[in-house]
Design a protein around this ligand. Structure first.
Ligand code: ADP
Length: 483
């Protein structure tokens, strides 16, 4: 067992700050890295030391693997926390870190590789009592055989790229006549986007919910599940509101899903914190989608209902400590909801916005948590994920949490950049959301941008109009994928 004294955080923004907070509580020294675009970021000033990596584009800064390892050696760093995005799921980087004698706070590179491809993940978990969406678990090579399987499964079906991610590389096929054409298109798209044309087919679940299970696994064979997160409120197949617990799960289904998640973790000898994503259908069947081998953006909702500090556990597990929590000790306490406050314009199909936070005032109060990485007057750099903050609330039950989140959204003042705060009010007021009975089609089915104006006073509408001048939107794609 090695006591970690110093951690380099190979990330930026809110997640770097969040990791630094726990390190401070654990008396661990921190080294931040940053790009020129982030030189005035709070994550730089909060760390004990900080090293400039290079210009804004992540390929010239946050993704410089060898430079990160060299800094660790120079600064006598014991461990790297990769956060999410960037290098967090890069097995080659993980291997290099370990070879350099540095602890990687995350799973083994082998586990990352198994879960990094959808097909190898399916093949690993299928022997471990984890239900899979009906479909194939080998790449499709013979169209005739694939068509036979598709008609057995029943249309609509979904063609997926094994190497796909971030909601990309998926095609819905409604009937057999379209099959061949869609398969050829899917393959060539997969080749050009991911350099690998392996595709497989799955039953298309028409009314799916996205429910994921947080797990923690140590190096001594212990694994627990820290309940679920309901992540069905998505725009462009990407999450925007998450809550825990899910209104749809009974204690029995929760236990079954938790056990299935533990089995998925066991299938790749998983260690550290991870998330097993499931798709949940109208008949309350759940199927394995994928495993994310890192800390998730939405981990705070699990922290708030469980009372655990997941980053602290990540560090303890990396040091070699056994999990001292037993499954039966974990209890769900109340309800938590997170709204991702994105620099995006919900009035214009969520196009990312850039600019300066001319006014930035956070809400405060008991059970209100803001994880962010900006201060008033700062600009949102164009190079990275356009998330400004995560606003998380915790209350004794779902209705109280919804009321608290609405109050916190109203108290949050952001000017200068379009954002998803009022979109959050729209969701929280919607009868379908209030009923708890919603699926991943909620936004396309119910959201009408013109309804947002009802949430703003005349003054607020004028302020918004004044800064929503035409702005150029240049974003580096693929820095973050499916977070
Ligand atoms: P990615 O890695 O690209 O994010 P996932 O497999 O995690 O792909 O799926 C992303 C989203 O696509 C899910 O949250 C869900 O909304 C939808 N999806 C995935 N598989 C299916 C399916 N078989 N049927 C219906 N929707 C699906």
């Amino acid at each position: 067992m090695k006591k970690i004294q110093k951690i380099l955080i190979a990330n930026r923004g809110e997640i770097a700050l969040r990791i630094i907070r726990t390190c401070k509580q654990m008396n661990i020294k921190t080294v931040a890295i940053y790009s020129e675009a982030d030189s005035s970021s709070p994550h730089v000033s909060s760390a004990d030391e900080a090293v400039l990596m290079g210009p804004g584009p992540s390929i010239q800064s946050y993704l410089l693997q060898d430079k990160i390892i060299a800094i660790c050696k120079e600064k006598q760093v014991d461990a790297i926390h990769p956060g999410y995005g960037f290098l967090s799921e890069n097995a080659d980087f993980c291997r290099k870190v370990i070879e350099a004698g540095i602890i990687f706070i995350g799973p083994s590179p082998e586990a990352m590789e198994i879960m990094g491809s959808k097909l190898s993940a399916k093949n690993a978990v299928k022997h471990f009592e984890t239900p899979l969406v009906p479909g194939t678990d080998e790449p499709i090579s013979d169209i005739k055989v694939a068509k036979e399987i598709a008609s057995k499964i029943g249309y609509p079906i979904l063609i997926k790229a094994s190497a796909g991610g971030g909601g990309k590389g998926m095609r819905i096929v409604k009937e057999e006549a379209e099959f061949e054409e869609q398969m050829n298109l899917a393959k060539s798209e997969a080749m050009s986007s991911f350099g690998d044309d392996a595709c497989f087919i799955e039953k298309y679940v028409t009314s799916p919910r996205h429910i994921e299970i947080q797990i923690l696994a140590d190096h001594h064979g212990n694994c627990v599940y820290v309940f679920e997160r309901e992540c069905s409120i998505q725009r462009r197949h990407q999450k925007v509101i998450e809550e825990a617990p899910s209104s749809i799960l009974t204690p029995e289904i929760r236990e079954k899903m938790g056990q299935a998640a533990i089995n998925a973790a066991r299938s790749c000898n998983y260690t550290n914190a991870g998330t097993v994503e499931f798709i949940f259908d109208e008949d309350k069947n759940f199927y394995f989608l994928e495993m994310n081998t890192r800390l998730q953006v939405e981990h705070p909702v699990s922290e708030m209902i469980s009372g655990l500090d997941l980053v602290a556990w990540q560090i303890k597990i990396a040091e070699g400590h056994p999990l001292t929590i037993k499954q039966e000790d974990l209890k769900i306490n109340g309800h938590a909801i997170e709204l991702r406050v994105y620099a995006e314009n919900p009035r214009e199909n969520f196009v990312p916005d850039i600019g300066t936070l001319s006014v930035y005032k956070r809400p405060e109060g008991e059970g209100v948590r803001v994880d962010d990485g900006f201060e008033e007057g700062m600009s949102i750099p164009i190079f990275y994920d356009p998330m400004i903050a995560k606003l998380i609330v915790h209350a004794e039950n779902r209705n109280a949490a919804i009321a608290k989140l609405k109050e916190a959204i109203r108290a949050y003042k952001i000017e200068g950049i379009a954002n998803t705060l009022d979109f959050g009010l729209f969701v929280l007021d919607h009868p379908q959301f209030l009923s708890g009975n919603y699926d991943t089609h909620f936004v396309p089915n119910f959201f009408k941008p013109e309804w947002l104006d009802g949430y703003l006073t005349k003054d607020e509408q004028d302020i918004l109009a004044s800064f929503m001048i035409a702005k150029r939107h240049v974003f580096e794609q693929d820095t973050y994928r499916d977070l």
